[in-house]
Design a protein around this ligand. Structure first.
Ligand code: PSU
Ligand code: MN
Length: 306
């Protein structure tokens, strides 16, 4: 085991016993939601995973250690510090670790640390992707590259249309990442259940998700699998409301010359401000929904014997 990796005793025991474990990211805590809802949600997500038969492993970088399994105190610390915590993607790890600093893990670094610890299933809200206008800006999230090389199943609610969803799917196709719709043929668009874009395969049960992932890893295919799980109907938002907010957020980002790693957090915060509490409530519900599915899928996966 590398000297930077620190797996909590509970997660270590569960993995050793072959019990289901679900990884969770920390950028959603520090940069994705305001305090204190971020901390409340993170703890509720962990409880939901337990209620569905798995052990949660919230992942973060604390004091230069790659943590798989944070304590409630560590979650509170990251949530309170919010945007002051470094948003840590793959390129940030070397310096943060060498300096013994903190970092909130994105989908990319959460996948990396999960894989180092031996965790195969990861639940989150939304992933990064190809940004609108990427033809000019080259803004393509490192999350897509990570999905192409690291063997973790990522369960999300699709991607927000702050991204170019069509180009995001093209990129994933090129990189050989299977995009699965859970109970749907259509890629969900985070706050809404519909995007107009098809997924590669529809799968309807956690057992079949587990079987597909097991088949992939058994034959040594590198890379992950993206499972897109639509927000429950009763919490989904009207497409017109959310799309108007996204357009406005994109305009402001362009006017203010926002770029690089600030781009996604800026857009997320603007969309939230423009739609008031509605988008936050939807965001919380879809994460809980993904946590449930991830716990059941991790349980199904741990039931598969070679
Ligand atoms: N999309 C969301 N919510 C999020 C993120 C993306 O709807 O919280 C976060 C995730 O941590 C994701 C990261 O991995 O932003 C992507 O950032 P970037 O686009 O800079 O790669
Ligand atoms: Mn980017």
């Amino acid at each position: 085991m590398n000297k930077y990796l620190s797996v909590s005793p509970e997660v270590q025991e569960a993995l050793k016993a072959g019990k289901p474990v679900v990884a969770l990211e920390s950028t959603i805590i520090s940069h994705g939601m305001p305090y204190p809802q971020n901390v409340e949600t993170a703890l509720r997500v962990e409880q939901t995973i337990r209620d569905n038969g798995a052990v949660p492993a919230t992942i973060a970088i604390i004091g230069g250690k790659l943590k798989a399994g944070c304590t409630a105190e560590e979650i509170e610390y990251l949530g309170k510090k919010g945007q002051a915590v470094t948003k840590a993607s793959r390129r940030d790890l070397p310096v943060l670790l060498a300096r013994g600093e903190d970092g909130a893990t994105t989908v990319t670094t959460t996948m990396m640390i999960a894989a180092m610890a031996g965790i195969q299933v990861f639940a989150t809200g939304g992933i990064g992707g190809v940004h609108r206008g990427a033809q000019q800006t080259f803004d393509i999230s490192a999350d897509l590259e990570e999905l192409s090389q690291t063997p973790v199943m990522v369960i999300c609610a699709g991607a927000k249309s702050i991204l170019d969803l069509g180009l995001t799917l093209e990129y994933l196709e090129t990189k050989g990442v299977p995009v699965i719709g859970y109970g749907t043929d259509e890629l969900p668009a985070f706050y809404t259940r519909h995007s107009g874009f098809g997924v590669d395969y529809r799968i309807d049960t956690p057992e079949e998700l587990a079987a597909a992932f097991h088949a992939k890893t058994s034959c040594g295919l590198k890379g992950g699998m993206l499972v897109t799980n639509p927000i429950p109907e009763e919490y989904s938002m009207p497409a017109a409301t959310i799309n108007a907010a996204i357009e406005e957020a994109l305009r402001e980002a362009e006017q203010q010359g926002i770029h690089g790693k600030q781009c996604t957090p800026f857009l997320l915060a603007k969309v939230k401000d423009l739609t008031g509490g509605d988008s936050l409530a939807a965001n919380i519900q879809l994460v809980l929904n993904n946590a449930r599915l991830a716990a059941r899928t991790a349980a199904a996966l741990s039931g598969i014997r070679e």
